[in-house]
Design a protein around this ligand. Structure first.
Ligand code: AMP
Ligand code: MG
Length: 499
């Protein structure tokens, strides 16, 4: 006999360590209750990994929590204060439409933030309504879960509920709340806020808290005489170099790499106007507000370094008593980013071509760059080109690229290179399968799923898409439909921010 849903407990175990930081870092704030919340989706696999009961989360009680209408026991909601460089301009920000319920302690001893996004106004809302529309919240759900399945560090999405209230953008849209799960929501912008407006003691509190939460191993080094704040800086640089390389390797464009959208944990955060590139072109931009192309695909590594330099600046008072020495330490650390990023990127690109790492062939870098150059010139689809190479389907590179003589020459050189490495052809193909996703959240598929959900209340299209995206490296025949390109509309794809 199954337990009646009403008696099931979801299994929340809240702690509120962020709330033990000085009060200047947040504002205690209850979510604004929604009129008539309705469940839309609960992420069962994520719930299970967090030690939560998905059935209970789907019940009326669960929906009430996800809508902000009920505060689970032990949670102490707050809105976080932060600042940030938005498109290069420094602003005071903060959670304007999000609220941290608290930190859930998983059965594996992990501490994860549970955040409601779209849960009403806070002291940091400025002119905003504190609300979110259903489409963009489902979009974050789909893309963040796709990123997770691709093996890329990211915040996760636990649930979406509708509020029963309209939100007004260019048109009237159904309101919704997304429940986001993150290692934490501490951002570069949180440090910028502390450095700009708080005392050095408060900045140190934040840095110590961050170290304890995300880099506990730094404590041993500090006891051995290492500078723990330099360790923090170097670890954040290390994680971001790896993260941004992973974005580049799958063709992910974040869209708003403002410093408030760069997490200290090394997770991808804030899926606003993000999208995956189709045809390979470093200049690709999707965001309607990024008119200068600041956050174009090819700029992401440099922007990462720029944001990390802003982070380093905030740590100067902690790095050394002598400012000149502090600056030197910071500059040395930042200058390491480019090399680390490039090493990850090249290793990843080689793996996409089935080349093993222990092989040091100077010509590999050229081989990679030539392929990318050809892809760009022939406007070849990024994901599908690597998929076709993985499948060994010559004809699958059906674009102008596949028909070109220069591609045939490149292909022959690549085959010869594969033949020179000691690993078997099968081993190389396995490596390629693990490194080249067959399925990514293609823009037209995401839009199709959102249209069905928002316009018709039909969530089945999204559920099928999510199922395909959950196994991006499966290469199963039923997924082929998700590899198809949109029939060309002639219009560039655009995504919208602040939605
Ligand atoms: P984003 O570009 O999504 O990272 O948002 C930048 C800042 O604007 C963040 O501090 C958000 O909390 C805030 N914000 C975005 N949308 C709204 C809204 N509808 N109401 C209030 N604040 C918002
Ligand atoms: Mg943000």
């Amino acid at each position: 006999m199954t337990e009646p849903t009403a008696n099931r407990t979801p299994g929340w175990r809240f702690d509120n360590s962020y709330a033990r930081l000085p009060e200047t870092f947040y504002a205690r704030q209850e979510p604004v209750p929604a009129d008539a919340p309705q469940p839309v989706i609960v992420n069962e696999a994520l719930a299970e990994s967090l030690g939560l009961d998905a059935k209970a989360l789907k019940s009326g009680e669960g929906t009430a929590v996800f809508a902000g209408n009920r505060i689970p026991e032990g949670a102490a909601p707050l809105a976080q204060a932060y600042a940030g460089h938005q498109f290069g301009h420094f602003n005071m920000l903060g959670d304007g439409r999000a609220m941290l319920l608290g930190e859930h302690m998983t059965p594996h001893g992990e501490r994860v933030d549970i955040q409601l996004k779209g849960s009403g106004r806070t002291p940091y809302s400025r002119g905003g309504d504190g609300r979110a529309a259903l489409g963009p919240m489902l979009r974050e759900y789909i893309i963040s879960e796709a990123m997770h399945a691709l093996g890329i560090p990211t915040t996760r999405s636990l649930a979406v509920v509708t509020t029963g209230e309209p939100v007004y953008r260019e048109t009237e849209l159904p309101g919704a709340v997304l429940t986001r799960v993150a290692a934490s929501h501490i951002r570069v912008g949180t440090f910028q806020y502390a450095a700009q407006w708080r005392t050095t003691e408060e900045l140190r509190d934040l840095a110590d808290y961050t170290l304890e939460r995300h880099y506990p191993e730094a404590e041993a080094g500090a006891e051995a005489g290492e500078n723990r704040y330099l360790t923090l800086l170097m670890e954040v640089i290390k994680r971001q170099a790896a993260l941004i390389a992973q974005w580049q390797l799958v063709g992910f464009i974040h869209g708003v790499m403002n410093t408030d959208n760069m997490a200290i944990s090394g997770e991808t955060i804030d899926y606003g106007p993000c999208a995956f590139m189709d045809a390979f072109d470093p200049a690709t931009v999707f965001s309607s507000i990024d008119t200068q192309g600041r956050y174009a695909y090819g700029n992401q590594p440099q922007i990462g370094a720029w944001n990390l330099a802003r982070f380093a600046e905030t740590l100067l008072p902690l790095l050394h008593d002598d400012m000149e020495q502090a600056i030197e330490l910071a500059q040395d650390a930042i200058s390491g980013f480019a090399e680390q990023y490039y090493a990850h990127w090249l290793a990843g690109m080689k793996a996409k071509l089935g080349l093993f790492q222990h092989e040091e062939d100077e010509a590999d870098e050229e081989l990679v760059k030539e392929l990318l150059g050809l892809m760009q010139r022939h406007r070849a689809d990024y994901t599908n080109t690597f998929r076709a190479l993985t499948l060994g389907e010559h004809e699958a590179v059906r674009s102008a690229l596949g028909e070109s003589e220069e591609y045939a020459q490149w292909h022959a050189r690549w085959q010869a290179r594969l033949g020179r490495q000691p690993e078997s052809v099968d081993a190389a193909r396995d490596l390629m399968r693990r490194s080249n996703p067959a399925v990514i959240p293609r823009n037209h598929r995401v839009e199709e799923a959102l249209d069905a959900a928002v316009e018709q209340g039909d969530y089945s299209v999204m559920e099928r898409l999510l199922a395909a995206l959950s196994k991006p490296y499966a290469y199963s025949p039923e997924q082929d439909v998700y590899c198809e390109l949109p029939s060309s509309t002639g219009l560039p794809y655009r995504t919208f921010c602040g939605t």
